[in-house]
Each structure stands twice: as C-alpha cells, then as structure tokens.
Design a binder for this molecule. Structure first.
Ligand SMILES: [Zn+2]
Length: 269
C-alpha cells in the first residue's frame, strides 16, 4: 500500500467530534502517513496542539484564517508565536486572503496574512495558504513579501490554469480537494491536469469541501467531508492526471516530504 498524505485538513474541528476517534483509528490502517492539521484562530489553536500530542501522524499547524481576522485579539501575534515555539514540529497555516466572505476587510486580511507569511519565511516553515476570489491581492502579497525557501502551499487551488506558471515560479505547491470532483469544477480539474508533477499535493480540508454526494464513500450528516475521503481525493486526482494511482501516490509522497522536510541551520548560522 502506498503511504498517503493529507496536506490540509481540520481534524481538530469540533464538527468532527462524533467521528474523530474512529477516523483516527482507521486512517493509519488506510495508509495515511501524515496530515497537516490547520488551526484557524486563537480559539482553536489549543485543540490542534492537544490532537498533535496524542496522534503521532498529525503535523500541527497554526495560523489566523482570513475569516477569523475580524475576531482576533490584540495579542494574537504573541499567542501564535507561543504555539509555534512551544509545540513540537509546528508549522504555519491556515492563513490567506478572501474577498468572497461577506463583510471582508482586505486591508486587515493583508496585514495579518503578510505578517504570518513573513514569519513562515524567517523560520523557513511550511505554510498553508487559502485564497478565494482574491487572486490579484495574493499575487501582490507574494511579490511583496520574502517567501519560504522550501516553497509554500496554495491549498484547494481554485485559480486559473493561466496563473499557474507565475505561482510555480514563486515556489507554490497546490493541493487537490475532493470538492473538485463536482461536475461544475472542470476549470479546477484542468488546472490540476496542467501542473508540474513536482508541485502537486492532495488534501481533504475535512470537515469542509465534501465531494459530490454520488461519489462520497463516507457521507456524514450535514454534508461534512470525512477525513477518510483522502483516498477518494487521490483517486480523483489520478484520474485528472491520467496516471495510475500508484504513480501519483509515489510522486505526492516525494513532494510532501520535500515540502515538509525539517530544515537544519547550516554550520555558520
Ligand atoms: Zn482549510
């Protein structure tokens, strides 16, 4: 069995409380080797930390999500730094820009996003980026800020195929979500068919971004996305790329390990 990697989910999210224990027990036996579990606000960072302490394949990730920018406290930066410093193996995310959410303040989002992106760069940490309907603003931020030497992830990439070469040049990885199996998401599937193979990753974003009902092997009440849909996400992307599942899984394993590899300071630092 090929090892599987979920590049972006929210396994700590309280909406998964009813199924988390059974999912944790079964995911490893389904071949899951690691999952980047993304906190989104000061209130859920402790849940990510707690999960990472008891589930060995969880990579804990801490970030202020653009939807959570309006509710941030005055001390959010210090709190975030505390989690990054004190939680073993911590990385950065979910951070980003979003003009789709009602009442968005793109200036405040940009300030929070760029501060966190710069933090990831200074520490050369993996970082997960969310972008909805803010591609121009994201491009501007990525051009303005120093970027992590290891690259960065644009999760559930919903941008156009035309924008890909620019993002690739800046060091982007892109993760495919089971949501892109909805028939209306043909443009996203086209973009994923066109990406360089060294930059593709696979995710669930569970409990969000569920696949279409008719293709969902793990339906949950309320239309939630089950973390075990990582298998469907791999199968769907192998189809989109027109390659065998084994070949895709081997490539994604290599990409995931490259993106998340622990970096060691050189002797002169
Ligand atoms: Zn997410």
């Amino acid at each position: 069995m090929n090892p599987l990697f979920d590049a972006h989910n929210h396994l700590h999210n309280p909406r998964l409380d009813g199924i988390r224990e059974s999912a944790v027990a079964s995911l490893a036996s389904q071949g899951l080797r690691a999952a980047v579990v993304n906190g989104t606000s000061e209130s859920d960072w402790p849940l990510v930390e707690a999960l990472s302490k008891r589930v060995p394949w969880v990579i804990p990730s801490f970030g202020l999500h653009p939807w959570k920018v309006p509710a941030r406290s005055a001390a959010w930066r210090e709190t975030l730094l505390g989690f990054l410093e004190n939680v073993s193996g911590a990385v950065v995310g979910e951070i980003g820009l979003d003009r789709w959410i009602e009442g968005h303040d793109i200036a405040a989002q940009t300030e929070c996003f760029e501060w966190q992106l710069t933090l990831a760069t200074e520490r050369n940490l993996p970082v997960s980026i969310h972008c909805i309907q803010a591609w121009g603003a994201l491009w501007d931020s990525l051009k303005r800020c120093p970027l992590p030497a290891r690259g960065f992830l644009i999760h559930a990439y919903g941008g156009s195929a035309e924008m890909l070469p620019g993002f690739v040049r800046l060091g982007a990885y892109f993760s495919f979500s089971p949501y892109f199996l909805h028939p209306r998401k043909a443009a996203q599937r086209e973009a994923f068919a066109a990406m360089p193979k060294e930059r593709i990753l696979v995710e669930t974003d569970a409990p969000d971004l569920a696949p279409p009902t008719e293709r969902n092997p793990n339906p949950l009440p309320g239309g939630l996305n089950h973390p075990a849909n990582i298998v469907l996400s791999y199968e769907g992307l192998a189809d989109v790329r027109g390659i065998p599942l084994d070949e895709l899984a081997a490539q994604v394993a290599e990409n995931f390990r490259r993106w998340t590899a622990t970096s060691f300071p050189s002797a002169c630092e």
